[in-house]
Ligand binder design. Structure first.
Ligand code: ATP
Ligand code: MG
Length: 560
């Protein structure tokens, strides 16, 4: 696995743009992010978004620069308004703004149609009557050339007539296609007379019934770029061998400019799948609770989980861009998240697995309001008052009857600090009929308010607690990776690699009363337990654990 190192110099894309500007090839920089609205955006898209919008922002200090948001909506059967809305919301949430530059490939259908007639006029496109199967069967292989369609040498007039009638709806779905007339013997299969338009009677979310022929992606994409005066069309490596077709399209029709396609390596993340087809399957088959399930790598899932846009942007910056495919450790993403949350999140006390604790030497009904620091990393976050009483809850795992060596938390006779409060010694363990610990009883040192012993004796352990009378009852959802293997589906169906323990719902957790005001937008740290955020969907008090406190990535990075 690669450990990404922050790019020391400028990556190859920035170098290309630097050189183009220096040579006077361009006087501005125009990029675009071109999602197909057939699913929700994921962390891989975030890499492309940060890159394209980031370039526009960076070069904007030098030359006029902008980044477009363009929906590549050429496949009406798979596309939905829900996805369009979610994509816009997610790009904005990540912190980017396309201003007035929102476009849809479907706005260009008429222009693409006109360009296709230009191709026909030049003998560079023809209507093929073969079925999809026949076309596939005559395409050849990597070692064998394809065979010409019997319709390849139709006259310009016949092609124009047939293409116009395709558009007018005279022919059945799938009965004809318009193909580029390029080279059936090309070593690049994409150049073997690729389909440019197909007949499909499907209503489109934006053009409705206006069109019943639809342009293919490989044809639409370059011409849309050209129509928008994109200077650098940045896409992922799988399009590298589509580039000749990209160039063919912009070279052979009267578009106003010729954008340059540049490919970079897509993001692959361990323990994660990023194919929209697989993510859709997880949603449709109910393996997760929707596209925004907090275990999903979608931006809406990460947001619901408690990720911040800052953490995701930091991650995208650190991984950089390269020409070679690699796998990024998901722990790096979590590391970026912890760094951001550590600065941002207010601390609160919460007990996930409550064990009652009674203080013998506390007067009945007395409440002490203790001062607690909201964020030790940020003085401006201030302090709050936390109620301390004679009946508390502590975390069950903070007590053991028979402590191992170096156990600094609670055990019979041992003294610990109750965070922000008093020093406490356990004097009695109350058990139920099964022998399970039911309650602890003990005494505080009344002189130790604030947590320090009056005689200066050392107390190593500090544990968190909440006052039973003031506690809020809540559900807490603890997550692990959605997949149990680093590369899900590497050598079997990816569903078999789903982690059966990816979600644990814990009810009757006890929270500090201040958490009643928690919102899904404000991350909090439950002291000693991790970062949490209030769930944006569930009614009542439900919290998602965003990430634990333990940063294994940082540790491994130090080890080298
Ligand atoms: P598909 O085309 O299979 O539906 P896709 O993930 O490529 O899925 P698009 O909507 O076409 O989805 O992606 C929009 C943009 O995001 C494209 O430019 C694509 O290259 C980029 N992109 C998609 N996945 C990643 C990834 N894992 N890492 C970086 N960029 C990505
Ligand atoms: Mg794609």
């Amino acid at each position: 696995m690669d450990t990404p190192i922050p790019a020391a110099g400028r990556d190859f894309i920035r170098q290309i743009i630097d050189a183009d500007l220096a040579a006077g090839k361009h006087v501005n920089v125009v990029t675009r992010f071109p999602p197909e609205p057939n699913g929700y955006l994921h962390i891989g898209h975030a890499k492309a978004i940060c890159l394209n919008f980031g370039l526009a922002a960076e070069f904007g200090s030098q030359v006029p620069a902008r980044c477009h948001l363009r929906f590549d909506d050429t496949n009406p059967e798979k596309e939905e308004q829900e996805y369009i809305d979610a994509i816009e919301a997610d790009v904005r949430w990540l912190g980017f703004d396309w201003g007035e530059h929102l476009y849809h490939a479907s706005d260009y259908f008429q222009k693409l149609y006109d360009y296709s007639e230009e191709l026909i006029q030049q003998g560079l496109a023809y209507v093929d009557d073969q079925s999809a199967e026949e076309i596939r069967a005559t395409r050849g292989t990597l070692t064998e050339p394809g065979t010409d369609s019997p319709w390849r040498n139709r006259s310009v007039e016949e092609n124009l007539d047939l293409f116009r009638r395709m558009r007018a709806g005279e022919f059945a779905d799938g009965s004809r296609v318009l193909r580029g007339r390029i080279d059936m013997a090309s070593p690049n299969l994409n150049m073997r007379d690729p389909a440019l338009w197909r007949i499909r009677r499907a209503p489109h979310p934006r053009t409705g019934d206006a069109w019943l022929i639809y342009p293919m992606y490989d044809f639409t994409h370059p011409l849309s770029d050209a129509l928008e005066y994109i200077t650098h069309s940045i896409c992922t490596l799988e399009f590298e061998n589509h580039r000749p077709l990209y160039d063919w399209a912009v070279d052979n029709v009267s578009v106003p400019c010729k954008p340059r396609q540049i490919e970079f390596a897509r993001l692959n993340l361990s323990y994660t799948v990023m194919s929209k087809r697989k993510l859709l399957f997880l949603v449709k088959e109910g393996h997760v609770d929707g596209w925004d399930d907090p275990r999903m790598p979608t931006l809406s899932g990460l947001r619901r989980r408690g990720y911040t846009p800052e953490a995701i942007r930091d991650f995208c910056e650190r991984i950089g861009v390269a020409k070679r495919d690699s796998m990024v450790d998901v722990q790096l993403l979590e590391h970026c998240l912890r760094e951001d949350l550590n600065r941002r999140a207010q601390r609160r006390m919460a007990v996930v697995d409550p064990l009652p604790l009674s203080i013998e030497n506390w007067e009945e009904g007395r409440v002490d309001w203790l001062e607690a620091v909201n964020n030790p990393e940020d003085a401006s976050a201030g302090t709050r008052q936390v109620p301390f009483t004679g009946e508390l809850f502590i975390e069950r795992e903070d007590f053991v009857e028979d402590p191992p060596k170096k156990w600094f938390r609670l055990s019979p006779g041992a003294e610990v600090r109750l965070r922000w409060g008093y020093l406490f010694t356990c004097t009695q363990v109350v058990k139920d009929a099964q022998g399970r610990v039911e309650r602890l009883v003990g005494r505080i040192d009344p002189e130790s308010r604030g947590g320090n012993a009056p005689d200066g004796r050392k107390v190593k352990g500090t544990i968190h607690w909440v006052s039973a009378a003031h506690a809020l009852d809540a559900e807490v959802r603890l997550y692990e990776h959605l997949f149990a293997l680093e590369k899900p589906g590497a050598d079997r169906d990816f569903l078999e690699d789903i982690n059966p323990h990816s979600l644990k719902c814990v009810t009757h957790c006890k929270l500090e009363a201040a958490l009643a005001e928690a919102t899904p937008e404000l991350p909090v740290q439950f002291e000693r337990l991790g970062y949490f955020v209030r769930d944006s969907r569930a009614p009542g008090l439900v919290f998602n654990r965003t990430v634990t406190l333990r940063d294994t990535w940082a540790k491994e990075a130090v080890k080298g």
